[in-house]
Design a protein around this ligand. Sequence first.
Ligand code: LLH
Ligand code: MG
Length: 376
Amino acid sequence: MKIVDVKVDTIHYRSNKTRDSEGHGHPGPEHDATQTLLTIVTDEGAEGYFFGGNKQIIESMVKPLLIGQDPFYHEKIWHMLKERQRLALDRLSDKVLCAVDCALWDLKGRYLNQPIYKLLGATRTKVPAYASTMCGDDLEGGLNTPEAYAEFALQCKARGYTAFKLHTWQPPYSADPKRDVAACAAVREAVGPDMALMIDPFHYYTRHQALYLGRELEKLDFYWMEEPMDEHSMSSYIWLADQLDLAIVGPETAEGKMFTRAEWIMHHACDMSRVGVGDVGGLTPMMKVVHLAESFNMQVESHGSGIANLQALCAMAIPGQYHERGLLHPFIDYDVPPPWLNTLEDPMDDEGFVHISDLPGMGQDINWDYIKANLV
Ligand code: LLH
Ligand code: MG
């Protein structure tokens, strides 16, 4: 089987999410937006899909490399793209590699008529989810005060979540460790002792701000803290993890794929590793991190809500404890699928478990009628 075409379609939809000046997501007025759909086509008619990917980069840089390749050689293809990044990382990002790699996995699963988690070696079909909030804001009724976080945590608990992660305030809103502690204390007070709580605060605190925050969260029986400082300084994380009992999860956004995760584990910069398909360039490298961490008896917590991460979570021998569901906000109904899908890709039951789809490939139930009617 050979790849004969690689194309990216652009789909129009209406969005009620917006990004602030620093790139963090928040609810916003409804507006026109676009989504992309990457399709990899073979000479045998088998196709693979992934939502996302930069049209211009994929068609100009990736397509010439993929045409003629056997799509089942996706390990070889991933390495070829990774090596191409060396002089072109400004254009050929890990997000682009992720889209290509996930579309190849989707193609393989569809061709073999199996969901990916079974091709990887399945371990489970459901995973507990945590409610992962959007970053703090200044919206009345939003996530603008410690009490607002507490109220929202109670709503999430009532929906069935057994764990809750606060993304607290980041610029352009004022980031302050004391305000973070107040929000975390209000949430703990509201939900009681049994709900697992985590925090992802401002990503650029100093060492002493991060240490102060960590020590206060230990008193509130928090489960983990992620990315309280710039992750490029691994020694800052070694310094922090050494002084806290609170688990440090990372790295999340630091470049370097599985290589960076290996360094962090080796140097005791984290207590749990962290990886999402978008952070490392796809499901192929995500599974390398999963197996790397397993070899150190370390759990990996998955970053991001997409279905590719859920496929990996259902194929881990040392299970990542939670699926990240979100980002959530009081003004947004997460339980409604995006218009390009017929059903949610991470449906959650009343006990707080998300269930993996048994559809072949990535498992998305794609709304082709919507896509055809809304091509840009
Ligand atoms: O800064 C943000 O907007 C969040 O941290 C975001 O990147 C989110 O994806 C995250 O880190 N989740 O864990
Ligand atoms: Mg995070």
